[in-house]
Write a protein that binds this ligand. Structure first.
Ligand SMILES: Nc1ncnc2c1ncn2[C@@H]1O[C@H](COP(=O)(O)OP(=O)(O)OP(=O)(O)O)[C@@H](O)[C@H]1O
Ligand SMILES: [Mg+2]
Length: 286
């Protein structure tokens, strides 16, 4: 049994197919990254998998439970951190966590123990009694994760966990995600940062206009396009990308280039190159 399994999962909004014929497998114990530009269908996928919205057609199983037929079982097994702030802004971190614990029918004593444990785990102990509104974006995000972990989910969905965070705070978030994963939690996260998918995820799915266009380990995907990229910029400013399986073939190509080429860059290919190659446009452009 996979942690997530979908078959032709699809969602239509009016004329738009937000997600179309998605076939996906996420294995237990992995950090799976769902990478795509704005409007690609990442949040819609998470909403279907977490039972917040019904698919138009297709099916999905989360930890073996059918999202349509067994939504309660799915919800009991997963944790979700939504894209937008989903906490009560006027309440403190601890008060928000108490509310969550009540939803999961914890006794007062159980709740207190679990909340202290999680505050410690997420590095929020010293901020526990501050209202959410007074916290930085990074701390708010961590409080959301802490809340989503109350009932010890086996699978955690994180919708853009690091968007808008500075580089330092983003890395601390990565550390927390890695630690959770090392402690046995399967992670499904969305991002539009290629660098994040590349350094954090065991496997990556690339979604574009509602369709899954590639899936695999970052290295595997790079191999598919070519491990080396040659970027050439001509005098008129136009840049051109070429992909090669190894450095030797890239160098050979460079040696044969005409003299009107202004700039030549030979570098390792990135997920960005894969995205550009597969979709014909850059993630940042969209
Ligand atoms: N409730 C809704 N009603 C109508 N259209 C919707 C709704 N939710 C999403 N859409 C549309 O479905 C498409 C996919 O949206 P979705 O929010 O899943 O993308 P996303 O990949 O999460 O984007 P972002 O990176 O901006 O969060 C978009 O065209 C969006 O406008
Ligand atoms: Mg989204």
């Amino acid at each position: 049994m996979e942690a997530i399994f979908t078959k032709q999962l699809s969602k239509q909004y009016g004329q738009i197919w937000a997600v179309k014929d998605l076939n996906l497998e996420v294995r237990h114990g992995e950090i799976f990254g769902f990478l795509g530009p704005n409007g690609a269908g990442k949040t819609t996928t998470i909403r279907m998998l977490t039972t917040l919205t019904k698919p138009t057609y297709g099916r999905a199983w989360v930890e073996g439970y059918d999202v349509i037929k067994e939504p309660d079982k799915v919800r009991a097994t997963i944790g979700v951190m939504q894209q937008h702030l989903s906490l009560d802004r006027d309440l403190t971190v601890r008060e928000n966590m108490i509310l969550r614990a009540r939803l999961h029918r914890f006794s007062r004593l159980e709740a207190e123990k679990r909340i202290n444990e999680l505050l410690e785990y997420t590095g929020l102990s010293e901020h526990a009694d501050r209202p959410i509104d007074t916290l930085s974006g990074g701390l708010q995000r961590r409080a959301m994760i802490a809340c989503s972990l109350i009932h010890r989910p086996k699978l955690l969905f994180l919708d853009e966990p690091t968007v808008g965070l500075d580089a330092h705070t983003r890395r601390r978030m990565w550390d927390l995600i890695r630690r959770l994963n090392a402690d046995g939690v399967t992670i499904f996260l969305t991002t539009h940062y290629i660098e994040e998918a590349e350094s954090l995820c065991h496997r990556v799915g690339i979604i574009h206009q509602g369709r899954l266009i590639a899936v695999g380990e970052p290295l595997e995907l790079r191999r598919k396009v070519g491990m080396y990229t040659v970027v050439t910029v001509k005098n008129n400013g136009n840049s051109h990308f070429m992909y090669f399986p190894d450095r030797e073939s890239a160098t050979k190509y460079v040696e044969g280039l005409p003299s009107d080429v202004k700039t030549i860059i030979v570098r390792e290919s990135s997920l960005e190159d894969i995205f550009v190659e597969l979709t014909g446009r850059s993630v940042e452009d969209s």
